[in-house]
Design a protein around this ligand. Structure first.
Ligand code: 5GP
Length: 113
């Protein structure tokens, strides 16, 4: 199966600073940030979409969310606020089919569709 962009970043085939890493997850700054803080928290194991999650992935998803929280505190945006987003498939405007949690903050966000 073709490697995802995030797998290529993890294996250093594509350069990107890995700002956080554990046995199961890693985080990078988004290449096209929509706010002063825009971090992607990514499982090392490729799961294409949220639809592909199984009960066995519960701890992994917990680690991803707790990592986003930790990075929000590190960036000092825990009180001003932030948004965590999982885009899924076409209507969700998912572009990379390897799940990732967007941590977005550092400015007032809007909500419009
Ligand atoms: P999605 O649209 O799938 O929810 O989010 C994919 C995100 O990955 C986008 O925000 C996009 O800017 C980011 N992205 C795509 N390619 C790269 C890359 O090569 N490096 C980094 N750091 N981010 C990327």
């Amino acid at each position: 199966m073709e490697k995802s962009i995030f797998e290529k970043i993890l294996s250093k085939e594509i350069p990107s600073e890995i700002i956080y890493e554990t046995q199961h997850v890693f985080a990078i700054n988004d290449i096209n940030p929509v706010a002063p803080v825009h971090i992607l928290v990514i499982p090392k194991m490729k799961i294409a979409t949220i639809n592909d999650l199984e009960d066995k992935d519960m701890d992994l998803i917990g680690e991803i969310v707790l990592t986003a929280k930790k990075l929000a505190f590190e960036r000092g945006i825990q009180d001003s606020g932030y948004r965590l987003i999982w885009n899924t498939n076409g209507h969700g405007q998912q572009t990379v089919y390897h799940i990732h949690l967007h941590l977005i903050g550092g400015k007032q966000l809007s909500w419009s569709f």
